[in-house]
Design a protein around this ligand. Structure first.
Ligand SMILES: *[C@@H]1O[C@H](CO)[C@@H](O)[C@H](O)[C@H]1NC(C)=O
Ligand SMILES: *[C@@H]1O[C@H](CO)[C@@H](O)[C@H](O)[C@H]1NC(C)=O
Ligand SMILES: *[C@@H]1O[C@H](CO)[C@@H](O)[C@H](O)[C@H]1NC(C)=O
Ligand SMILES: *[C@@H]1O[C@H](CO)[C@@H](O)[C@H](O)[C@H]1NC(C)=O
Length: 439
């Protein structure tokens, strides 16, 4: 695939890295997965893709991909404090960068990373599942969606990091290392923000809600991505057709429309619609969770557990639908601070005195800790299909169910072949002219 050609591989972005064998231990659900992976393929380099004669795909739920438990857990913990502001994360990028940093940790610090990523001793399945998902996402880039992303480890007034650690960070996980030396806070933030902007192909970034507080020796994991999906079947839209979007702010937004047969489920008890839309060529899909009525997403956020999502996805059924979605660009900036990371279990990693990153630096004990995780996202909802002649053409459907997304909803993007959760987030409001007179 031309996406992988020479020049691009020099930039350090995780989706682009030729996968290497993972070195990291995992979880019990993944055992079967691991077995089949081991039989099925060798992905020690991008150019070497021979498959051992195809053994059938494992019949385990693809929701057991490690990105799901981590992604949903992080999403819920983020939304406890902020259910008002568009919040998007990429569980795949986050898991990858956590695993990269775990490689620098020892003792209970490392153990807490394992618990968060559900890695059991000497188990490589999580690392391998992530490598495989990154590769799959890289291959879908250019057909099902376009994706620009960048991941880095920033360090603030930290001791020198080991060469072997930095090399693995870069070649295996695709993380750059950037030292923030002695600069003022403002300058650090500017540096981070301009890094994010360039990683997102020039998209404007939203300022952090909370200032970045770092102590000497802090390491900051940062991810930035810009995602634009292309539908399997394009939408009809008119820019002049502005409607009210009833989110946490009321705004005017152009809507796009399409009717056809889609996988859909209506959860009457929990009062929401679940809709899955394929992206072009089927390498990924987008799942939308829309409450029946206008409401903040606080209620839905609490429902977003692995069990319930699994149930919903299992009940999707081909249904005649009339869809209307806002045409919009969503921006989100997330700052997971030490306190929040500690509540996720990374207690030692975030503690200035007890963090043990002595693999990352021989001087690391007591001198290095995890200070924050930052995540910038920009996601576009646009009408286009990936097909060149993708003119919009409604299918003839009788008595379609209405899916009119003019109020807040949740978006998940999943990779088809690995089942990985590429993105999860909440669209709380759309940018656009505010409506005052209708309130
Ligand atoms: C996706 O493809 C675009 C266009 O070819 C490229 O610029 C970008 O770097 C690729 N993104 C990733 C994450 O590989
Ligand atoms: C999607 O995944 C399924 C199950 O792994 C596979 O059979 C199918 O070919 C995939 N579709 C595409 C377009 O890759
Ligand atoms: C899908 O709908 C058909 C017809 O209404 C029904 O027989 C079938 O059980 C449904 N499947 C699921 C998974 O709910
Ligand atoms: C950090 O760890 C030390 C030693 O284990 C402990 O005494 C201290 O309370 C911890 N600090 C925080 C903020 O948890």
């Amino acid at each position: 695939m031309n996406l992988m050609s020479g020049l691009e591989c020099q930039k350090m972005e995780p989706f682009k890295k030729p996968p290497c064998p993972a070195m990291v231990p995992i979880s019990p659900v993944a055992l079967l997965f691991l077995l089949v992976l081991a039989l099925q393929s060798v992905w020690s380099s991008a150019s070497q893709e021979q498959k051992v004669q195809s053994s059938p795909q494992p019949e385990i739920s693809r929701l057991h991909h490690p990105t799901w438990s981590l992604g949903l857990q992080l999403y819920r913990s983020l939304r406890i404090d902020r259910s008002q502001t568009n919040t998007f994360i990429s569980p795949l990028l986050l898991a990858n960068s956590l695993l990269a940093l775990e490689g620098g940790a020892k003792g209970s610090t490392a153990g807490q990373f394992h618990d968060l990523l559900r890695i059991t001793k000497n188990d490589k399945a999580v690392g391998e599942a992530l490598t495989k998902a990154l590769k799959s996402a890289r291959e879908a880039n250019g057909t099902s969606y376009t994706l620009h992303s960048s991941s880095a480890l920033f360090s603030k007034q930290a001791p020198k990091l080991e060469k072997s650690f930095l090399e693995k960070l870069q070649t295996h996980f695709g993380l750059q290392h950037v030292a923030l030396e002695d600069a003022q806070k403002q300058t650090d933030m500017e540096k981070l923000q301009s890094w994010a902007k360039s990683g997102m192909d020039g998209e404007e970034t939203v300022d952090l809600e909370l200032a970045l507080e770092t102590k000497p020796g802090a390491m900051i994991l940062a991810n930035a991505l810009h995602f634009r999906g292309f539908w399997d079947r394009g939408f009809y839209h008119e820019n002049q057709d502005l409607r009210s979007f009833l989110g946490t702010k009321y705004t005017k937004v152009p809507m796009m429309h399409r009717s056809g047969v889609y996988r859909h489920y209506e959860d009457i008890e929990n009062m929401l619609q679940v809709l899955e839309l394929d992206l072009w060529e089927g390498k990924a899909s987008m799942v939308l969770l829309l409450p029946f009525h206008v409401e903040s997403l606080a209620r839905l956020d609490r429902l977003l557990t692995l069990d319930l999502v699994e149930k919903w996805l299992g009940k999707l059924n081909s249904t005649s639908m009339a869809l209307s979605l806002p045409r919009t660009k969503i921006s989100s900036t997330v700052n997971l601070q030490a306190k929040q990371l500690a509540t996720l279990g990374l207690v030692d990693a975030c503690n200035v005195t007890s963090a043990d990153f002595s693999t990352a630096s021989s001087l690391g004990q007591g001198k290095l800790h995890l200070g924050a995780m930052l995540h910038w996202t920009s996601l576009e909802l646009a009408p286009e299909s990936g097909s060149k002649d993708g003119m919009h053409e409604d299918e003839d459907v009788e008595k379609p169910k209405i899916f009119y997304a003019d109020h807040s909803f949740i978006i998940l993007v999943r990779d088809n072949s690995t089942g990985a959760l590429l993105m999860v987030g909440a669209l709380d409001y759309t940018d656009g002219p505010a409506i005052h007179d209708e309130l």
